[in-house]
Design a protein around this ligand. Structure first.
Ligand code: BES
Ligand code: ZN
Length: 443
């Protein structure tokens, strides 16, 4: 009998968690025989099998212990980080107020703590696949305002006045509210929890229901290596050019896996997308370009869902001509209703968004900064796509100076509808999303 043993272990590293899978074990003897057998050949094989397993597990352990993570943080935080982490942190590059650092995986929690306790920042750092990606975030290329998408230059014309106002009149606060209430009712939408999965399926089913009877629309789950999938609704167009509107569907409460209603962050963004889908479907809108709506998984733990989706779209050679991110659209905290994030975003597309607000919404708008890769638009921007993020209030002012206008209840049990006192603010973002979709779609 020929004895073949193919054993491979695939080690994947995600957020410090080493996961391993035995992919394939193919033996002339099956696994059961291997345990029971007593002929020489089989015993030898069993021996080999056990040694392989043990050595793989051993190297896996060494691997996860020695692991480093690649982060970017505001350069102002470096003295505090160095003080607390000592030799466990190395600064590789500084530029434009951002520092690219290499950190021992076990110390990431300490950085989170410094950001939260000392600098009052939510997260306050970006995580990257390798040091090159982290160092890119310090480069002038990202920080010079006026960066255009290198992939494809869209003609940002505004000429759809015959179609857009009618669609904008269909926005319903009642419909938006239903989505926010439903999503906030799950204990949390944490990326590893059962309710993180159930709430994702609810979104998929809602989007399927809204687009029922449309053979040109499909709604699918996009699976990652963790429990929670992303949801992707595709309105197939005539051309292969793709317009993406997204927002994250997970929620988190700092410091535990407990109750995280995440009404503003980010049931509001998913409600924004859902209302745009509802209006396009009910109006029987047939796109020229392909329009894709994405509910991203696991944003709150390092943009993991969107980084995965963006990498996949890029490797598939999808011609993405514009990306819009809705993350927090319900809190009316600033003098300007719509606040366009001016870092890690496309300046040309941002200008276009401002023009759309003036043309179709007639509400106040301005720019603000996040100061770091604060949401899923950054996953696309890092890869060179034209991404933008219209936001509910100013986080930092346009020059990066702190202002006090943020919904400070995010990532707590208090991120509920009561804080925002209704969904009126969301309607501006639905209308902007609709205007963006139609103007980007039709030349
Ligand atoms: N919605 C927030 C981002 C945000 C918060 C933007 C406040 C502007 C002001 C988002 O869901 C979030 O919390 N992001 C993480 C990103 C990190 C894990 C890469 C963060 O800021 O902690
Ligand atoms: Zn968010």
């Amino acid at each position: 009998m020929s004895c073949l043993l193919f054993l491979s272990l695939k080690i994947q590293n995600h957020g410090g968690l080493a996961e391993y899978f035995i992919l394939k074990l193919k033996v002339g003897y099956n696994l059961k025989d291997l345990v029971m057998c007593d002929d020489r050949k089989c015993m030898k094989l069993r021996h080999l099998f056990l040694i392989t397993i043990i050595s793989q597990l051993f190297s896996l352990q060494l691997y996860s212990q020695s692991q480093t993570r690649f982060l970017t943080v505001g350069s102002d935080t470096i003295p505090s980080i160095k003080k607390k982490l000592g030799p466990d942190v190395v600064v590789r590059k500084d530029g434009n107020g951002v520092s690219a650092i290499e950190v021992k995986a076990t110390r990431v929690g300490d950085i989170q703590e410094i950001m939260h306790d000392e600098f009052k920042r939510c997260g306050g750092f970006g995580e990257h696949e390798d040091m090159d990606a982290a160092m890119f975030m310090t480069s002038d290329e990202i920080h010079i305002k006026g960066k255009n998408p290198p992939m494809f230059l869209v003609d940002y014309q505004i000429n759809q006045q015959a179609t857009i106002p009618d669609l904008l009149s269909k926005v319903s606060e009642e419909e938006i509210l239903k989505v926010v209430v439903q999503l906030s009712a799950y204990i949390n939408r944490y990326y590893l929890s059962p309710t993180g999965y159930e709430s994702t399926r609810w979104i998929m089913n809602k989007w399927r229901y809204l687009t029922r009877g449309r053979s040109d629309v499909n709604v699918k789950l996009f699976h990652h290596t963790f429990t929670q999938p992303s949801v992707i609704a595709t309105f197939e167009g005539e051309s292969d050019e793709v317009i993406i509107l997204g927002g994250h569907l997970d929620s988190i409460v700092s410091g535990s896996r407990g109750r995280a209603p995440g009404s503003d962050d980010n049931a509001s963004g998913i409600a924004t997308l859902t209302e745009i889908i509802r209006i396009l479907a009910e109006s029987e809108y047939k796109p020229d370009r392909t329009i894709v709506f994405i509910g991203y998984a696991a944003e709150e733990v390092g943009l993991r869902g969107s980084r995965d989706v963006a990498a996949t779209y890029q490797s598939m050679g999808k011609n993405v001509v514009g990306v819009l991110q809705f993350d927090m659209t319900m809190f009316n905290g600033s003098a300007t209703k719509i606040n366009i994030t001016n870092d890690n975003t496309s300046a040309a597309q941002n200008t276009f968004l401002g023009q759309l607000v003036d043309e179709y919404l007639g509400v106040t708008w301005g720019y603000h900064s996040c100061g770091y890769s604060c949401s899923d638009h950054a996953s696309w921007f890092e890869r060179g796509y034209a991404a933008s993020n219209p936001f509910e209030a100013r986080y930092l002012d346009a020059n990066g100076a702190p202002v006090n206008e943020l919904n400070t209840n995010i990532h707590t049990t208090r991120d509920t509808l009561q804080i925002t006192n209704g969904v009126e603010h969301v309607t501006h973002f639905v209308r902007l999303g609709l205007a963006y979709t139609i103007e980007m779609d039709k030349d």
